[in-house]
Design a protein around this ligand. Structure first.
Ligand SMILES: [Zn+2]
Ligand SMILES: [Zn+2]
Length: 208
């Protein structure tokens, strides 16, 4: 087998691949390699058995989650953890649920009232059925329509579908504000003084 342009035995190749996979995951979870080496040694001394690096990365990631206060960042962190588990053919479901739930908390925190389900080009037929389906944020938090339990899209592990559907705001006011923002951007470019008008429209919209 060939690794880094060198001929190696199969055993060596597996070792190199494992090392590469670990390094990739350490980068993904912002764990410094020297810190990780220390933790590996500590655990080995404590338990007297060779620690599983992936298990250790998992417990560090869980620990990190406990310290993240921003719901959006937490949503992304749990999504990464879900993928991490799926790559190892382990149960990822609870992490994916949390990833979607914290996104809802983030939208709610931003004052969003209504959300819709966004599918992607590789969504499975089961997920496509709920494309653009709308919920109030509270309804979505209660019912948790995504991740879709009957998703058949395979990410890595063929044992269970990995639903990639996400929530996005469906509030008309947000869409209108995006349009207004665009208008203000254009007006600034054309040097027309419209911001006061914009502020008036915005105030009016919030009142209604
Ligand atoms: Zn699906
Ligand atoms: Zn889905």
């Amino acid at each position: 087998m060939i690794r880094n342009g060198q001929l190696v035995t199969e055993k060596e190749a597996i070792k190199i691949d494992d090392k590469w996979r670990i390094a990739e995951k350490l980068k993904e979870f912002n764990i410094l390699e020297p810190d990780f080496e220390i933790l590996l040694k500590e655990q080995k001394n404590k338990t007297n058995v060779e620690p599983d690096p992936m298990e250790l990365i998992h417990s560090i990631a869980l620990n990190q989650a406990g310290r993240i206060k921003d719901p959006e960042a937490l949503s992304y962190h749990y999504y990464k953890m879900a993928i991490f588990m799926n790559e190892q053919s382990k149960d990822f479901w609870d992490y994916l649920v949390k990833a979607r739930l914290y996104k809802l908390y983030e939208l709610k925190r931003n004052g969003i009232k209504k959300v819709k389900i966004i599918t992607s080009h590789y969504s499975c037929p089961n997920c496509m059925e709920s494309k653009n389906k709308e919920y109030t944020v509270d309804e979505a938090i209660e019912k948790m329509p995504i991740p879709n339990k009957s998703c058949t899209h395979i990410a890595v592990d063929p044992a269970k579908g990995f639903c990639e559907c996400v929530y996005d705001s469906s509030d008309e006011i947000v869409v209108d504000l995006a349009k207004l923002y665009e208008l203000s951007r254009i007006s600034k470019k054309e040097n027309i003084k419209k911001p006061s008008l914009l502020a008036r429209i915005y105030k009016w919209m919030l009142k209604n």
